[in-house]
Write a protein that binds this ligand. Sequence first.
Ligand code: SAH
Length: 356
Amino acid sequence: MISELAQRFTRLIEATGPISVAQYMGESNAAYYAARDPLGAEGDFITAPEISQMFGEMIGLWFADLFLRSGYKGRPHYVELGPGRGTLAQDALGAMAQFGIEPKVHFLETSPALRERQAALRPDAIWHDALDTLPRSGALLVMANEFFDALPVRQLIATHAGWRERVVARTGEQFAALPGARPMDAVVPQDFRNAPPGSILETCPAASGFAYELASRIKAQGGAMLTVDYGYDTPQLGSTLQAVRAHQKVDPFSDPGECDITAHVNFDELKQIGLSHGLRPHGPVGQGSFLKALGIETRTRMLAEANPAQADALKTAQDRLVNDDPDSMGELFRVLALTATTWPQPEGFGTSNGAR
Ligand code: SAH
C-alpha cells in the first residue's frame, strides 16, 4: 500500500517537477517521527541510552564534573535536542542530582508521540519547537545524541556538465534520486570542484543552523554542548544517506515516512562553527574511548556487584557501547564537545585534546 506521504510526493513531483533530497528527507522524517515511537526492540532502531542506563549516567557525570569545576553559581539549563523516549535525560539528570545539580529541563522536540513519552519520565520539562524560545540567561548544558543525523541533508552531485543538486523524481512506480537541472558549481568548495562525475557532496543546513544558534548562546550564557552521533571527522565526498526499518537497512527512497532516514554528521563543520563563535572544541573522539575515559568499566563492575544476576547483561551492554572495532558503535559514533572558553577543560577527550 502506498503511504499518504508517498502519494503527496507523487502529486507534487507530477505538478512541479522533482523535489530536493533535503525536502524529501525532511518531510519523510517529520512524518515518520510524528506518528510513532520508533525506538527499541519492537521498533525500528535502538540508541545508546536504550541499550543501557550507563550511557546516560556517564553523560550526566560529564556535565556534573564540568559544571562543578566551572564555579558557575546559578541554576543551569539542561537542553536536550531530540530526546527520544527521554531515557538519556532521565539517567543523566539522575546522575547530576547526586551532585546536587538540578538544572531546569528543556526539550527540543517536534514529535507529538515522543513528547508524550518524554512527559511520562520528565513532567518537569519545558518543550520547545525551535531554539529561539530557550531562556536568554543562565548557562546551557546542551546534549544531542543521534539528533543531527536525523536532520535533512542537501546533496550535490558532479556530472559531466558540472555540479547539480541531487533531486528525487518518480520513475515508473518508484522514487529515484538523480541530478537536477540547475547548475550548482558556485556553491561547491574549491577543493571538490573537479571531483569525478558521480561524486556526491552533502551539506546539512539544518544542523549548521542549530549549531550556529547554540554556539552563540553558549558563548553569551556560558555552558557546553555535547554531540554524539554517527559521522566523519574531516570533510569528505559520498552519499551517507541510509534508512532503517525493523532493524534492517532499506532503500531511503522506497517508502517515505515509514522508515528512519539518516545521514552521517559532518563533525568538522560543527567544530568550525564552534570555533568561529569563540567556543573551544574537544574531539571528535570515538564513543568507546570517551566512555572508557569517564569510567564506564568501573560503573559496570559496581552495578554487576550490586546485582549479580545482571552481570552478563551489563557486560554485554557495556561492550556494545564501547567496542571500538572499526565497524562498531564505540568507533563509528563520534563525540564532540564545544565549551565556553571561560569554562574548564572537559573530561573524556584525553590530554591531547582530540588527537587519537
Ligand atoms: N536522542 C534519542 C532519540 C534519537 S531519534 C536517543 O538517543 O534515543 C531522533 C530524535 O530527534 C527524535 O526524538 C525525533 O523526534 C527528534 N527530531 C528529529 N528531527 C527533529 C527536529 N527537526 N526538531 C526537533 N526534534 C527532532
